[in-house]
Design a protein around this ligand. Structure first.
Ligand code: HEC
Length: 414
C-alpha cells in the first residue's frame, strides 16, 4: 500500500480502485485471493487452478455440494469453511516437506539453521503434527517417526543417513505409508523410562548433550519450546542448594557477582537439569561426533556432572537424576506451571513439567502465528487471536494442525 500513498492526490477513485483490486495485498481481498494467500503461506507454493477453485468455494461457503475441482482424497473435513480450506491446503506434500521442515529444523541445531538436513527430531515433529498427536507430549513421549521399510538404511542410533536419504529421495512426508510412527524403544532400543520425546532423539542429543554439562539441552528446550532464553528467566531470589560445584560462588573473588548474577540462572536451571544426569552424547575421543550415539546410564551419573568440583567444594553433588523446579515460585510462576508435583526423576517427568506449562502452549501458538502470518502478533486484535488459539489448542488435544489452520484463516486477508 506504500505505492498508493506515493501517488499524486489527483488519482481518480476508479483508478485507485483498479489498482487496489489488482494488488495482491488488498485488505478486502475476495475468497479467491484469500485462498491463494492461505495456500501460499501454508505450502510455500502457488495453488493450481483446481485447488484454487476448490478452496475459494470453501472460503465462500459455497462448497455444498462439493466443488468438482476438489480432490476428494484430500477432503477430510466438512469442506465448506475457511478452516476446511486451510486443512485442504495442508494435505499437500509441500506443507510437510517444505513448510514444516523449515519450521522445525532450526530447533534441532545450536546454530538454528533451517537448512540443516532432515533428522529424526524434525521427522518426528512433522509426523506428530500430521497425525494430530497431542503436542503436549513433545518432551516426554516414547515416539519416533521413520521411513523404515521404504528408505534404507533404516534409522540407526549412530547415523543420520536414513533421514538424509529420506529427504534426498523426495518422498512425500504427507504419506502415512512412508513416514510412519514407531517408538524410540523399537527403533533405537532405548528403554521406555529413558525416552523423553524429542529431547532423546538422536539429533537433539547430538546437538545438546554433546560435551559441556547438559545445561545446553535445557537452555535450547526453553528457547525453542517455552520461547524464553535464560536471560529472561533470571531470578536471584531462589535457593542455591542445587547449583553444582562447577559454578564458582565468588567469580573473580567477588561473591556479589554470584548472588546478583550467576544464581539468577543456575538456581533454577541446575535444579531442573538434574533430570538429564544419565545422558551423554558418546563419540570417539577426537573422532567425528556425527558417528556418535546417545548413551543412557541408569543409576550412574555422567562424569560431566562432576567436573570442576574444586570451583566450589560445598556446591551440589549430583548423585541421581532427580530434579526440582524452583521456578514454580518467584516471578517465573508466570510461566503457568501445570498440576505436576514440581519435582521428580529423569527427563520424562521433567519434560512433562515443561510441556504442560502455559508458556509451552503459548510458545507453540506464537511460533505458528509468526510462520503463517509472516509477522509476530503485534496489536490487541492479534493478541486476542493468540489467546483464542491457545485456548483451543489446550482444550482440544493440543493439535498443531488446528493452530496452523487458525493462523491461516486469521491472516488470510492480510
Ligand atoms: C543468563 C543465564 C546464566 C547466567 C546469569 C550464568 N550462567 Fe552459567 N550457564 C548458563 C548456561 C545456559 C550454561 C550452559 C552453557 C552451554 O553449555 O551451552 C551455563 C554453564 C555454566 C558453566 C559450565 C560451563 C561448561 O563447562 O559447560 C559454569 C561453570 C557456569 N555456567 C558458571 C557461571 C558463573 C560463575 C556465572 C556468574 C558469573 C554464571 N554461570 C552465570 C547460564 C547462565
Amino acid at each position: 500500500m506504500t505505492f498508493l500513498k506515493r501517488q499524486p492526490k489527483v488519482l481518480t477513485a476508479a483508478f485507485t480502485l483498479a489498482i487496489i483490486l489488482s494488488s495482491p495485498n488488498a485488505a478486502w481481498a475476495g475468497p479467491r485471493e484469500e485462498a491463494k494467500r492461505m495456500y501460499d503461506r501454508l505450502t510455500g507454493t502457488l495453488p493450481d487452478n483446481a485447488t484454487l477453485n476448490c478452496m475459494e468455494a470453501m472460503i465462500a461457503g459455497s462448497n455444498n455440494p462439493v466443488n468438482a475441482d476438489c480432490d476428494s482424497s484430500k477432503l477430510n473435513y466438512d469442506g465448506n469453511t475457511a478452516d476446511s480450506a486451510a486443512k485442504y491446503a495442508m494435505e499437500n506434500k509441500n506443507f510437510y516437506n517444505v513448510t514444516l521442515k523449515n519450521f522445525i529444523t532450526p530447533w534441532t541445531n545450536e546454530e538454528q539453521d533451517k537448512y540443516a538436513p532432515l533428522n529424526d527430531y524434525t521427522a518426528t515433529v512433522i509426523g506428530m503434527i500430521r497425525d494430530d498427536k497431542p503436542f503436549n507430549t513433545l518432551l516426554s513421549a516414547n515416539i519416533l517417526y521413520t521411513a523404515n521399510g521404504t528408505v534404507s538404511p533404516i534409522a540407526a542410533v549412530n547415523s543420520n543417513q536414513h533421514y538424509i536419504n529420506l529427504e534426498d529421495g523426495g518422498y512425500d512426508l504427507a504419506d502415512k505409508n512412508i513416514l510412519k510412527e514407531t517408538t524410540q524403544t523399537a527403533a533405537y532400543g532405548l528403554v521406555d523410562s529413558a525416552t523423553a520425546g524429542i529431547v532423546t532423539t538422536r539429533a537433539a542429543a547430538r546437538a545438546y548433550f554433546i560435551d559441556g554439562t547438559n545445561r545446553a539441552m535445557f537452555r535450547f528446550t526453553m528457547i525453542n519450546h517455552l520461547c524464553n532464553d535464560l536471560e529472561q528467566l533470571k531470578d536471584i531470589t531462589r535457593v542455591a542448594d542445587r547449583i553444582r560445584q562447577d559454578v564458582s560462588r565468588s567469580p573473580g573473588g567477588d561473591s556479589r557477582i554470584f548472588l546478583n548474577n550467576c544464581i539468577g540462572c543456575h538456581a533454577g536451571m541446575d535444579g531442573l537439569t538434574g533430570a538429564y544426569a544419565n545422558y551423554q552424547w558418546a563419540y570417539p575421543d577426537g573422532g567425528d561426533p556425527d558417528t556418535g550415539s546417545l548413551s543412557y546410564t541408569p543409576g550412574t551419573v555422567q562424569a560431566k556432572y562432576l567436573i570442576n568440583s574444586n570451583n566450589f567444594k560445598a556446591g551440589h553433588i549430583t548423585t541421581d537424576d532427580s530434579w526440582v523446579n524452583y521456578w514454580r515460585a518467584g516471578p517465573n510462576y508466570l510461566l503457568g506451571w501445570g498440576t505436576g508435583a514440581g519435582k521428580g526423576n529423569g527427563a520424562k517427568s521433567m519434560g512433562e513439567e515443561l510441556e504442560n506449562s502455559e508458556a509451552f502452549a503459548q510458545c507453540q501458538v506464537k511460533k505458528v502465528f509468526k510462520a503463517v502470518c509472516l509477522r509476530p502478533p503485534v496489536d490487541l486484535a492479534d493478541r486476542n487471536q493468540v489467546s483464542a488459539m491457545v485456548n483451543t489448542f489446550k482444550s482440544d488435544g493440543y493439535k498443531m494442525k488446528q493452530v496452523f489452520a487458525d493462523a491461516a484463516v486469521y491472516c488470510k486477508g492480510i
